[in-house]
Design a protein around this ligand. Structure first.
Ligand SMILES: Cc1cc2nc3c(=O)[nH]c(=O)nc-3n(C[C@H](O)[C@H](O)[C@H](O)COP(=O)(O)O)c2cc1C
Length: 196
C-alpha cells in the first residue's frame, strides 16, 4: 500500500471514529469489593468487538460525587460534562434492597439535561437477576427522558458468579447483550437527531 493510500485509510478511520456514537457503560455500584467493574469490562469486551460505537466505562466512583445539595463539588460539573459527551448508556445495575444503589440514584439525580433524549440498556445482577432494581431504574428513566430498551440481560449471583464475587458469565448471555446493544445503538442514533 502506497503512502497516500495509508494516509487516506487513516483519515477514513479517524472520520469513522468521530462519527460513531459514544456509549457510556455506567458502573452503578461504588462500594469497596464491588463486582460491577468485572461486569462492566465484560460488556465492554463484547461491545468493542462490534465496532459500531465508541464504548467507554464510566465509573461513578471516579467523580467523588457528594449527595445532592450537600456540597458544590467539582465532580458534579465533571459528571455532567461526561454525560453530555455521551449519546447513550448501558447501566450496570446491581440489586440493593430490591432497588438500585444509593450511589446510582444520587448520580441520576445530579444531572438532568445531560440525560434527556438518549437511549439506555440495562445489564443487571442479583439473586433474581437484579430484575427488581432494573424495573425501578426504568421508572426513573421515564422521568429523565431516557429511552430504556427492552432487551435486558439478567445475571444471577448463583449461576454467573463464583462465591458471589468472581464473575463467570454463562455463554447464553452473549446473545442477549448483543441484542441489547443493537437496540441501544439504533435508538441512540435516532434520538441524536432530536438533540441537533
Ligand atoms: C446493601 C445491600 C443490599 C442488598 N440487597 C439485595 C437484594 O435486595 N436483592 C438481591 O438480589 N441482592 C441484594 N444484595 C446482594 C447484591 O446484589 C450483591 O452483593 C452484588 O454483588 C452487589 O453488587 P456490587 O458487588 O457491584 O456492589 C444486596 C447487597 C447489599 C450490599
Amino acid at each position: 500500500m502506497g503512502l497516500l493510500d495509508k494516509i487516506f485509510e487513516k483519515a477514513n478511520e479517524e472520520e469513522q471514529t468521530m462519527e460513531k456514537l459514544n456509549i457510556g457503560i455506567i458502573l452503578g455500584s461504588t462500594r469497596q469489593g464491588r463486582v460491577s467493574p468485572q461486569v462492566g469490562e465484560w460488556v465492554k469486551g463484547i461491545a468493542d468487538k462490534r465496532g459500531d460505537a465508541n464504548y467507554e466505562i464510566v465509573d461513578i466512583a471516579d467523580f467523588k460525587l457528594p449527595f445532592l445539595g450537600e456540597a458544590d463539588a467539582p465532580g458534579i460539573a465533571a459528571w455532567n460534562e461526561k454525560l453530555a459527551s455521551l449519546d447513550g448508556f448501558v447501566f450496570i445495575v446491581q440489586e440493593y434492597n430490591h432497588s438500585i444503589t444509593g450511589a446510582l440514584k444520587n448520580a441520576l439525580d445530579l444531572a438532568r439535561e445531560a440525560w434527556n433524549n438518549k437511549a439506555a440498556g440495562i445489564v443487571s445482577y442479583g439473586s433474581t437477576g437484579g430484575a427488581r432494581a432494573a424495573e425501578h431504574l426504568r421508572g426513573i428513566c421515564g422521568e429523565l427522558k431516557i429511552a430504556d430498551v427492552r432487551t435486558h440481560p439478567t445475571l444471577s449471583l448463583f449461576t454467573d458468579f463464583e462465591n458471589g464475587s468472581t464473575f463467570k458469565p454463562q455463554e447464553l448471555h452473549l446473545t442477549n447483550v448483543n441484542a441489547m446493544l443493537d437496540e441501544v445503538v439504533a435508538w441512540s442514533g435516532a434520538l441524536k437527531t432530536l438533540r441537533q
